[in-house]
Structure formats: structure tokens, C-alpha cells
Design a protein around this ligand. Structure first.
Ligand SMILES: Nc1ncnc2c1ncn2[C@@H]1O[C@H](COP(=O)(O)OP(=O)(O)O)[C@@H](O)[C@H]1O
Ligand SMILES: [Mg+2]
Length: 357
């Protein structure tokens, strides 16, 4: 296990014009950490991971494993284990032969190899599956074979690129718990790539949210969820209302904004928010942090229900408040509420947060 550092790493592909696929990325990953690159398709996650693996060299910047500079070292000299979306297993070989592949290349002796393959299959809970053919396994089992194959070489870093995308929803949830358990038990530093924010939050110690090749925010799941750095992160992680409201007064840590009903509310803001009275602030508030009440209740923000959708766990509503659409996810909806009704919104001030544009 080893710490991994990316220092001002950029990657430009020839013939891709001037835009960088990865643009000046700084990330420090601690030894043993489960670290995730999260962002929409095309934001540069795979390119970043491939530079850590050595399949691409950065156009500029440095990559270190511990104190070692590995920026221009070939993949087979980095001790990384890779797991891909499509498993990339050898279909004509047995499970054990697949797992042993990296050991064979490294010229590990037969007896030692057999012992380590058994140990790796045990780690992924596939004891006794060694002689099976790959096509006799389910998708989830195949992905665990791919994980065993990566772990058997005792890599310094485990790199996983959307490994659960080909599994159905239920299996995906089971397997993500498994991957996290295996990573923690093996102690290997893991870098995980996904576009699925729920998956990232469930699995990771920390997450880097990326967009257009740039890191937008790095933090623990709770931090990113409750204190998104900017409007992009607020909207990408879960759902969020990002309301543009007039600034009335400021301190270093709060911004008082005017609400559509003419009242004012002081909202927590990041240090160095730089906002001044007279400007507009973007205030993020999540749909599940808005309560429903009657339109006439004192302190409630009055609006009109324009959409209502029952999903089982919650009811999703869209409420028009002075021309702005506010999303609400309510566990308890007052009986009889329907589209067109006037309703009151109770905003939880503790859960509101000023974000950068
Ligand atoms: N080999 C390549 N040649 C040219 N452009 C590439 C290559 N690989 C990726 N890109 C471009 O770099 C950007 C980032 O891609 P990628 O890292 O695959 O994103 P992600 O994994 O987040 O979906 C995209 O615009 C993609 O088209
Ligand atoms: Mg990708």
C-alpha cells in the first residue's frame, strides 16, 4: 500500500484540438484510501486513471507513488492491478488460470502461484471455483474473478474503471459493498472511477468530482453532499435546488439573502465567498430538506404545486415559488395534496448553503 500523488497533471490528445482531456489536476491519495473519480461521461476520469496505470503519459505534470516519480514509467513496472467494466477475462481459460495470469508473467513458481490463487479466490468469496470455466459464471462472479486477478499480484494500487456498469441494479449494490470490503481487507490503495454518484458515496473514503477535465471538489462523501463547492457539484451529487437570491448582508461565514416572500434568511457560506450586498447569491438546498405545510403557516414560503410524482419511498413535487421551480422530496405529504394546490414550503436553514457559480 502506497500513497499516490498527481501534481498539475494535464493530458492533451493530438488531433483533439486545444481542449485538455485532463486539465491541471492535483490529487493526493493516502495509502490504503478508497478514492473515487466521479463525474459525467467525458469529464476525464478514464484518462486520469490510465495515466496512473501508465497506459498514457501526461502532457505535463508529475505522478508519484510514495516518493517515487512514476510519470514516464511503463505500466508493467508500476505494480498496479486494473479492473475494467468489461472484465477482460480470458474466456477459454479456467478461473484459476485467469487469476494466475499475472503471476505466470512474473514467473512466480507453481506451488507459490497455486497458494496465492487460492488466497485471492478466498478474498473475493469464490473458494472452490478455480476449475470452472468463465462462461459458467454470472456477471457478478466474473467481475470478482477480475478483482482476484488484480489482487493476486499484490498491487501497490488497485485501479477500477466503472467495474459495476455491466451488472444489474441489485447485483451492483451487492458487489459495491464487496469491493469496499475486499479493498479494506487487502489494504491496497484504490482509485475507483464511476459516473454514479450513489455508488461513489457508498464506497469511497474521499471523492474527486470532475467536470471538463478539471477537479471541481475533493472531499469525504458527507462533505461533498452537504457542502458542495459550486453549483455544478450541488446539482451533480444527488439533486439540488440552486436558487439565485439577492444578497442583503454578509459576514465571513454567512450571507443573508432575501426570500421570494420578502422575508430574509441568513445562510452558511464558504470562507472567502466574496459576496456583497446588492449581488445575487446561489443558495443550494436539497429536495429532502424542504418540508411541506399549509400555504398560510407563518414563516412558510408559499407556492403552487406544478408536478407531483409518488415513487414509493418519497413523493417528488415541483413547486412554483414566485416563478422559480423548487423541487421537494417529501416522505410525508399532507393528505389530498394535488397538482394546482397552494402549499407552504419550510426551508431548513441548517441545510442551506451558499455555493460558488
Ligand atoms: N485516445 C483518445 N484520443 C483522443 N481523445 C480522447 C482519447 N481518450 C479520451 N479522449 C477524450 O478525452 C475526454 C475525456 O475522456 P475520458 O477520460 O474517457 O472520460 P470519462 O472516462 O470521464 O468518460 C473526452 O472528451 C474524450 O473524447
Ligand atoms: Mg471512462
Amino acid at each position: 500500500m502506497i500513497d499516490v500523488t498527481l501534481e498539475s497533471v494535464s493530458k492533451r490528445f493530438a488531433r483533439a484540438g486545444d481542449t485538455a482531456a485532463v486539465d491541471d489536476v492535483d490529487i493526493s491519495i493516502a495509502a490504503g484510501e478508497f478514492f473515487t473519480l466521479l463525474g459525467p461521461s467525458g469529464c476525464g476520469k478514464t484518462t486520469t486513471l490510465r495515466m496512473v496505470a501508465g497506459f498514457y503519459f501526461p502532457t505535463s505534470g508529475r505522478i508519484r507513488f510514495g516518493a517515487e516519480d512514476v510519470t514516464r514509467r511503463p505500466p508493467n513496472k508500476r505494480d498496479t492491478g486494473m479492473v475494467f467494466q468489461n472484465y477482460a477475462l480470458f474466456p477459454h481459460m479456467s478461473v484459476a488460470q485467469n487469476v494466475a495470469y499475472g503471476l505466470k508473467i512474473r514467473k512466480v513458481g507453481r506451488a507459490d502461484s497455486r497458494r496465492r490463487v487460492e488466497e485471492a479466490l478466498g478474498q473475493v468469496h469464490l473458494d472452490g471455483y478455480g476449475e470452472r470455466r468463465i462462461d459458467q459464471l454470472s456477471g457478478g462472479q466474473q467481475q470478482r474473478v477480475a478483482l482476484a486477478r488484480a489482487l493476486v499480484i499484490r498491487p501497490r494500487t488497485l485501479l477500477l474503471d466503472e467495474p459495476l456498469s455491466n451488472l444489474d441494479a441489485k447485483l451492483r449494490e451487492e458487489t459495491r459493498t464487496e469491493i469496499r470490503r475486499i479493498q479494506k481487507e487487502s489494504g491496497t490503495t484504490a482509485i475507483y472511477v464511476t459516473h454514479d454518484q450513489a455508488e461513489a458515496m457508498a464506497m469511497s473514503d474521499r471523492i474527486a468530482v470532475m467536470e471538463s477535465g478539471r477537479v471541481q471538489q475533493i472531499g469525504a462523501p458527507q462533505e461533498i453532499y452537504h457542502r458542495p463547492a459550486n453549483a455544478f457539484v450541488a446539482r451533480f451529487i444527488g439533486r439540488s435546488n440552486v436558487l439565485s437570491l439577492p444578497v442583503v448582508a454578509v459576514t465571513d461565514e454567512t450571507v443573508t439573502v432575501g426570500r421570494p416572500d420578502g422575508t430574509e434568511i441568513a445562510v452558511a457560506a464558504p470562507a472567502g465567498h466574496g459576496l456583497r450586498p446588492g449581488e445575487s447569491a446561489l443558495v443550494s438546498v436539497r429536495p429532502e430538506h424542504i418540508g411541506l405545510t399549509s400555504a398560510t403557516e407563518a414563516g412558510a414560503l408559499p407556492g403552487q404545486v406544478t408536478e407531483l410524482e409518488f415513487t414509493g419511498m418519497a413523493t417528488n413535487l415541483v413547486v412554483d415559488v414566485a416563478g422559480e421551480s423548487v423541487q421537494v422530496a417529501a416522505i410525508d405529504v399532507p393528505a389530498g395534496v394535488a397538482v394546482g394546490d397552494r402549499i407552504g414550503l419550510r426551508l431548513n436553514r441548517e441545510r442551506m448553503w451558499v455555493v460558488h457559480p
